[in-house]
Design a protein around this ligand. Sequence first.
Ligand SMILES: [Zn+2]
Length: 420
Amino acid sequence: MISSQGSIKQRVCEIISKKSPLRIHRCVRKLCDIGPRYVGTEQEVIARDYLLDMLKEAGANAHLEQYEYLHYVPGSANIQLISPIKEKIRGNPILYTSGSTQGLLVYAGRCSEQELAFLGQQGIELSRKIVITNVMRPFTVYPLLEKSGASGFIAITDTQEDLVRDGTATFERRKGSIPGIIISQADGIRLLTLLCLKKKVIARLSSYGTYSTKISSNVVGRVEGSKFRSEKVVLGGHYDTLVNVPGAVDNAAGVCVVLEVARVMAALEPERTIEFIFFSGEEVGCWGSSKYGEVHKSEMSNCLAFINSDSAGSAVVVDRNIAYVTPNAKKLAVNIAEEMNWPLYRVIEGSPPHPFSDHTVFASANIPIVWYTELAFPEYHTKEDSISRVNFDKLVKQTNLVGQLAWRLSCEGRKALVGG
Ligand SMILES: [Zn+2]
């Protein structure tokens, strides 16, 4: 005789293993074929409509939830070296920055506390300087540099020489106050070499972009619970990308996991309601999820858990599955991963477990969070994040894992969390 847990697991696995791989592949291909899905573009709307149709077809009650946001269109960005040599370096504007400044360059490494303290000990101030950094995610240091009085921000891409990562200035949904540029590693190394040799380097930094008010939409689907309708488990993943990024691993893959789980759950008829959300505007400050949090504030107390599905199935990162969890979801997340044969390389705990991506608004409402992911895959936020870099076997396994987690929560409710 199989235990109730065993039979639940089997049911989910059986459903996922039949046509799921083909459907997941088709969904990722479709989203990648649309191209970059930057918020406010036609491609974003095409992806939105596709996902709305697919959610309905999967058996969920689906609709769009519109919201107004501050839109940013990137223009050009460059560094004009003035002294001791004259040269122009081109790059991408850091999103949500616009303007120009002239001043001395200073290098601040990754802007860690230790590095900034070291600069302070050497009597080097960042105020009124153009600060050069090596950071993967500009938004992790940009607000800090604004506060330090820096007049400009240069981020050197931390990956291959010919790639430039894209990125936004802040996750605070506002205009940045100083110009910012992202340059290639090759240009960055030349700039740092010049700084080592000549000490005083003066440059003019310009980054241009335009702002407007626009409307975007989250796609929301529900499979109503048969017994405890008002209690809900929420699964979400963002469907937008950065400007020049195909966004296969981040996050066509994550979206297709959610969509396939929706199909499985609709067929299983869960006792508690399961909600499936495709957020927009995540890459430039979690616009969609923060607006969702505002509109659905009163329902947050009925939300049992939020499962984030952002960045999945990287073909390069093979054994480095990470779980970001809040303490109240850790046991369940780890146990299910073990049961499903999903070796966790690292479990990162905290509340909110990670200061960006769409779970943040749920974590701030004290809702248990589970996020199985593979952040820091090599193509992250570059034009190389394409379908050829997706490992579909792994993505199917992750769908099993997330499906099992959603199903367990929908069957057992809060008990699943307490008991682990
Ligand atoms: Zn993402």
